[in-house]
Design a protein around this ligand. Structure first.
Ligand code: PLP
Length: 381
């Protein structure tokens, strides 16, 4: 049976060109980048090349990129690193603003910080998942040191008004971090033009392997070091570098930058075709998230009267991989916190299906997906 993979927001397959580039660093080029002989120097050079490629995709300077082990680590580093820095310098600031629809990597980091005495405001979002700019502005106090709002939501694909949020943060002297794990490689990001101070990304959402990520930290911003140990990553993140994966991330970013326009057009084509067909062919459905300001490959639909676990098993039986919400919450019977936040009633949220298209999909796959869903839902109703 052929596998048709529509869960690219959970993870992406690794591209051949990425594998090829990383492979020598898992075999012959095994040097430690801290070693001074040729083998070590070549590993170091490969890391610096990767850093430049990541920086080029985000349009920042290479020295503003810190490699991490994943998006979750990048989020933790940004929030805890900044919180501990404020504590160390006795800034008197203890307040963070975030939203109710963030990924658990942000939400759970915030609750840990609350246990340590920090205060967190969790902003509501509207029915399409947007943070309200005025509410955000009214939530800032003289104790606020950080605003962390995701670039694009992992379940419903809504793209937040990042430029406006960054502008407000700047005008109040507050640092702005964005979890862009779902956005990098899917939208054009210019951290300088947009006024972003810190940005998290993850390799496995853009065709590099799992286990590598990065945090962009604008020059001049200081974080309390999160992992203690050696002086790697210019003393910002200890631990011998994961050279092969860093090289892979660099290559994935280079490919993303080169192909971004075409990629967006391709994914939007699949997405819009899927939405059109499903809304024409089926009744009692609800599309979640904004239709315009949305990740190019994201579709999120609720089918009334359907349990998404049932639907996913039936799709799996014909080789279709999709998700009921985010990968992190699948297997969890509680309704998605994102769908609850946008006001989807629990009985409808239970029937949510997230489809996320990727580079390896074809139009024929998408047609197969539509007709399979149509068959399953119409025989169930
Ligand atoms: N943030 C968002 C928005 C995500 O979608 C994910 C993963 O799905 C993460 C953070 C965590 O990234 P990682 O899996 O690399 O830890």
């Amino acid at each position: 049976m052929d596998i048709r993979y529509f869960d690219n927001a959970a993870t992406t397959p690794v591209k051949e060109a990425v594998l090829e580039e990383m492979f020598p660093f898992l075999s012959v080029e095994y040097g430690n980048p801290s070693s001074i002989y040729g083998l070590g120097r070549r590993a170091k050079r490969a890391i610096e090349e990767a850093r430049s490629r990541v920086a080029s995709l985000l349009k920042c300077k290479p020295n503003e990129i810190i490699f991490t082990s994943c998006g979750t680590e990048s989020d933790n580093m940004a929030l805890k690193g900044m919180a501990m820095f404020q504590k160390n310098i006795n800034s008197g600031k203890n307040h963070i603003i975030t939203s109710k629809i963030e990924h658990p990597a942000i939400l759970n980091t915030c609750s840990t910080l609350e246990e340590q005495g920090f205060e967190v405001t969790y902003l509501d979002v509207d029915k399409n998942g947007f943070v309200n700019i005025e509410t955000l502005m009214n939530s800032i106090s003289d104790k606020t040191f950080l605003i962390s709002i995701m670039y694009a939501n992992n379940e419903i694909g809504t793209i937040e008004p990042i430029y406006k949020i960054a502008k407000i943060a700047k005008s109040h002297g507050v640092i702005f971090h964005t979890d862009a794990v779902q956005a990098v490689g899917n939208v054009d990001i210019d951290v300088k033009k947009m006024g972003i101070d810190m940005l998290s990304l993850s390799g496995h959402k853009l065709y590099a392997p799992k286990g590598v990520g990065a945090l962009y930290v604008r020059e001049g911003i200081e974080l309390k070091k999160f992992l203690d140990g050696g002086h790697q990553e210019k003393d910002k993140r200890a631990g011998t570098e994961n050279v092969a994966e860093i090289v892979a991330l660099g290559k994935a970013c280079e490919l993303a930058e080169k192909n971004l326009d075409e990629y967006i057009i391709k994914l939007k084509g699949f997405r819009d075709y899927f939405f059109n067909q499903i809304t024409q062919k089926l009744k009692n459905i609800r599309i979640n998230g904004d239709l315009e300001k949305r990740l190019p490959g994201n579709c999120n639909i609720c089918f009334e009267g359907i349990e998404s676990s049932d639907l996913l098993l039936k799709l799996d039986a014909v080789g279709i991989c999709a998700s009921g919400g985010s990968a992190c919450s699948s297997g969890d019977s509680a309704p998605s916190h994102v769908l609850s936040a946008i006001g989807v009633p629990n009985n409808i949220a239970k029937g949510a299906l997230r489809i996320s298209f990727g580079d390896f999909n074809t139009m024929e796959d998408v047609e197969f997906l539509v007709s399979t869903i149509e068959d399953i839902i119409s025989t169930q109703n």
